[in-house]
Ligand binder design. Sequence first.
Ligand code: ADP
Length: 253
Amino acid sequence: MEDVVRLNAVRKVYGNQRTGVEALRGVTIGFPRGSFTAVMGPSGSGKSTFLHCAAGLDKPTSGTVTLDGQELTGLREKALTILRRERIGFIFQSFNLLPALTVQQNITLPLRLAGRKPDRARLTEVINRVGLADRRKHLPAELSGGQQQRVAIARALVTRPAVIFADEPTGALDTHTAREVLDLMLESVHRHGQTVVMVTHDPMAAAYAHRVVFLADGQLAGELRNPTADTIAERMTHLGAWADRSRTEKIGA
Ligand code: ADP
């Protein structure tokens, strides 16, 4: 299957090349179109760095990242901003909604930032899909956490991005609401052929994915296909040091 996003030998060093922290140590991986991948690993293993590099939010120190065959790593900031806006959706743990804007205004923000007029039919479709038709005019503060995350998902879907990057999207939600949000992401994969890459520490959330890839100490440390919460939890115990920020633990997988 064709890869929408590819990372090739991606290294990321924070700070000085010689004395800095090597957060990613040569990561090579592809994400096929219409796939749902969860990225897991202990604290400090490089998950956020990985997501930021893959999404063009941060530049690798070396190596390349391509989106639909186009190399992000060679683009200037302006071209990268446009590409991110048009081809990539983001969902964060903290929702990142603008408090003064209504649900509808938050959802259409990426389009307006791109100077595009929101298409009425598309907007209605997206709002209906996330079940917020009767909340269009509400402000984020008037919504529950789950509803706010559904606004963020609608915002990530409205531009029909090729790939959606999600950073702990269910981290602030209760189990029931988390499942609703995960179902929505899975639906965008199965029905609309979008590609989802989700960082999570939660085996239940990761079990929604087709594949779980494990990071340890800035390197890939194996993967699971068609995972279950049990097989994921099993693997996690082998990787060890899930709560340890010190990055001293070595790969056990
Ligand atoms: P994770 O998301 O798995 O917790 P991160 O990608 O946040 O891991 O961090 C990987 C490593 O890089 C850690 O050792 C972290 O301390 C370091 N790191 C992350 N961001 C920065 C930064 N901006 N400056 C310096 N070091 C950083």
